[in-house]
Design a protein around this ligand. Structure first.
Ligand code: AMP
Ligand code: ZN
Length: 134
């Protein structure tokens, strides 16, 4: 995609602090880090969401996530991580090229967990939802 900023980073058309690469994915520092070492992992070929990715690209991205987490853990010694994807506008996605956030966490850093993203419990019972999804 011509105007996609993460395609441009993956193709070395604009600068970024790339910290690791695989055949199909690139990992670079988030320009507005939420914590030290906040990294984004993207596929080199454009895809907006996980649903648009090939199985191979998805597996490759996740392998790189694991490598990057291990490296950050080793070199920056965080106490934990949040790892996740914002999908579509409702999920907070601003850049329409899928990226996995790797956010190192430290004890007492004041942040929350995945449980603090939203509080919108369903009206339906778990049985109803289970029936819809199984
Ligand atoms: P999201 O809301 O999940 O789409 O997050 C997009 C992320 O991309 C934000 O955390 C931004 O700080 C980050 N970002 C945007 N442009 C760049 C860039 N040129 N280089 C590195 N990170 C970027
Ligand atoms: Zn793109």
């Amino acid at each position: 995609m011509e105007e996609c900023i993460f395609c441009k980073i993956a193709n070395s058309e604009i600068p970024a602090k790339i910290i690791a690469e695989s055949e199909k994915s690139t990992a670079f520092l988030d320009v507005n880090p939420l914590s030290k070492g906040h990294t984004l992992v993207v596929p080199k070929s454009h895809a907006e969401t996980v649903l648009d990715l090939s199985e191979e690209d998805w597996c490759d991205m996740n392998r790189l996530v694991k490598d990057v987490v291990a490296r950050i853990y080793d070199r920056l010694s965080p106490d934990g991580f949040n790892i996740g994807i914002n999908m579509h506008k409702a999920g907070g996605q601003a850049v329409e090229h899928i990226h996995i956030h790797i956010i190192p966490r430290w004890q007492g850093d004041g942040g929350g967990s995945v449980h603090t993203i939203v509080h919108n419990p369903p009206q339906e019972s778990l049985e109803e939802i289970h029936a819809q999804l199984s």
